[in-house]
Design a protein around this ligand. Structure first.
Ligand SMILES: Cc1cc2nc3c(=O)[nH]c(=O)nc-3n(C[C@H](O)[C@H](O)[C@H](O)COP(=O)(O)OP(=O)(O)OC[C@H]3O[C@@H](n4cnc5c(N)ncnc54)[C@H](O)[C@@H]3O)c2cc1C
Length: 413
């Protein structure tokens, strides 16, 4: 009876041993086609694109799960309403990915097509917004300047004093930044991409010619001919290690969220009027009925501080109530602060580094990394695989060339 039992067990033991060997080799795999530093707004969609293109991808992040850096501090607004070609094209690509995600992948990222509304109270803003409409429309965008009455329909209760109308783009929307990066991560891992969390990149490995060939982390060494810097606000410090001075200077922004209430309005509302202390203010009601809000501080607050301030909430509350008085009695659940990794012209740095071979830069996402990340990732895929470089990819990549001279800025920075 005993030998019989062994015979019965043997095949199972063999299977277990094989599985162990496989798992061990999987765990200790150290050679990849691409290593991405950072599982954030740009790192995760880039992993998904590159793995889909057939590359063997490893993503390393010091945090515990995807999207836990500045990605999770984003409001969740997604728009193609920009004032330059590169961002309009990237925004349209992103909108397609976000809006079709649930249908294509069966995973709900809380996409909501609420539109973007820029209500206008001053002649100067009306002129500026109207002047770029033909350009925006030339990309096939549905966008128009609407009457004050239509603005009032879209946002019932909006302040009417001096209201002249507004720019309205109904196909823009919002999604949850956390669920989006989780959705992209799940898809990337299904395709075979590997993610190592709680693993910080601490050093770079270079060959005798100075070409990057790998990274050293808190846990081990990994090798790849392509290393992608997608470390967000941490990029400048990280790149200093290999002698690079990145034109990326983070500045901080605060945001907040209320308790859920019944549906009051659908669009992201952007009040472009500067006041003392802030350049603008914007808010929307999310999938769950919570109002999420933010403003651009004036002057900008440079640095890496992510501690909330006591001045943000009273200031933003006053601004929001001025635009939409019925928000006065909402309960604020929490506020937070995060970073925009800013470049001098508001465009990111996407491309090969000319000084350090093997390094591809995907950083400097400014205030739009969440919404433009998936669109930019499609252009990164083209740049790296060299397969499908199209006219539109070139428009994105040339505006984001890491070696460009920085001049000009845009209306919707
Ligand atoms: C208040 C606020 C509101 C915002 N609202 C919006 C919005 O509505 N829409 C929008 O598009 N954008 C918004 N943004 C901007 C957006 O959050 C950023 O542009 C975006 O998250 C930056 O993406 P990233 O991938 O470069 O950085 P991150 O998302 O921060 O990712 C970088 C990752 O790199 C990892 N990392 C860094 N160093 C290392 C290392 N040495 N080793 C391993 N891992 C490392 C980090 O842990 C992190 O996960 C907002 C930002 C703030 C602060």
């Amino acid at each position: 009876m005993f030998p019989n039992l062994i015979n019965k067990l043997k095949p199972q033991t063999k299977t277990i041993q094989l599985a162990r060997t496989f798992l061990k080799s999987f765990k200790t795999q150290t050679n990849f086609d691409t290593i991405i530093i950072g599982a954030g707004s740009i790192g995760v969609p880039t992993a998904m694109e590159l793995q889909e293109a057939g590359l063997k991808v490893l993503v390393l992040d010091k945090r515990a799960s995807p999207g836990q850096g500045d990605n999770k501090r984003a409001l969740g607004g997604i728009r193609a309403t920009h004032s330059n070609a590169s961002k309009i094209i990237s925004g349209l690509r992103s909108l397609k990915i976000f809006s079709q995600w649930k249908e294509k992948h069966g995973f709900d990222i809380e996409w909501k097509k609420g539109g973007y509304l820029f209500p206008v109270y001053r002649e100067a803003e009306e002129k500026a917004l109207k002047s770029i409409l033909p350009f925006q429309k030339s990309f096939g965008m549905e966008i128009d300047f609407i009457s004050a009455d239509r603005v009032k329909e879209l946002v019932p209760g909006i302040s009417e004093e001096g209201l002249r109308g507004g720019t309205w783009s109904p196909n823009d929307g919002s999604a949850s930044p956390m669920l989006s990066s989780l959705g992209f991560y799940k898809y990337a891992t299904e395709l075979g991409a590997q993610f190592h969390f709680k693993e910080e990149v601490i050093e770079f490995i270079r060959d005798s010619h100075g070409t990057l060939t790998g990274v050293k982390t808190t846990q081990g060494k990994y090798h790849a001919p392509i290393i992608i810097d997608a470390a967000g606000a941490a990029s400048p410090k990280l790149m200093k290690q290999i002698g690079l001075e990145l034109p990326v200077e983070p500045d901080s922004h605060e945001a907040g969220i209320t308790a859920p209430v019944q549906r009051l309005f659908s669009p992201m509302v952007i009040d472009m009027r500067p006041t003392k202390g802030s350049k603008n203010c914007y808010f929307y009601q999310n999938y769950h009925g919570q109002i999420i809000f933010c403003y651009t501080p004036d002057p900008v607050i440079k640095g890496l501080d992510r501690e909330e301030t006591s001045t943000f909430l009273p200031h933003v509350a006053k601004r929001m109530i001025k635009v939409l008085p019925r928000l006065a009695n909402l309960r604020v659940r929490r506020t937070w602060r995060g970073l925009y990794p800013m470049t001098p012209d508001g465009h990111p740095l996407l491309g090969w580094n000319k000084e350090v071979k093997g390094l591809f830069t995907a950083t400097g996402m400014c205030g739009q990394g969440f919404l433009l990340g998936p669109g930019y990732a499609t252009a990164i895929r083209s740049a790296i695989t060299q397969n499908e470089i199209e006219k539109d990819d070139d428009v994105i990549l040339s505006a984001a060339d890491p070696h460009r001279t920085f001049k000009g800025t845009e209306i919707f920075k």
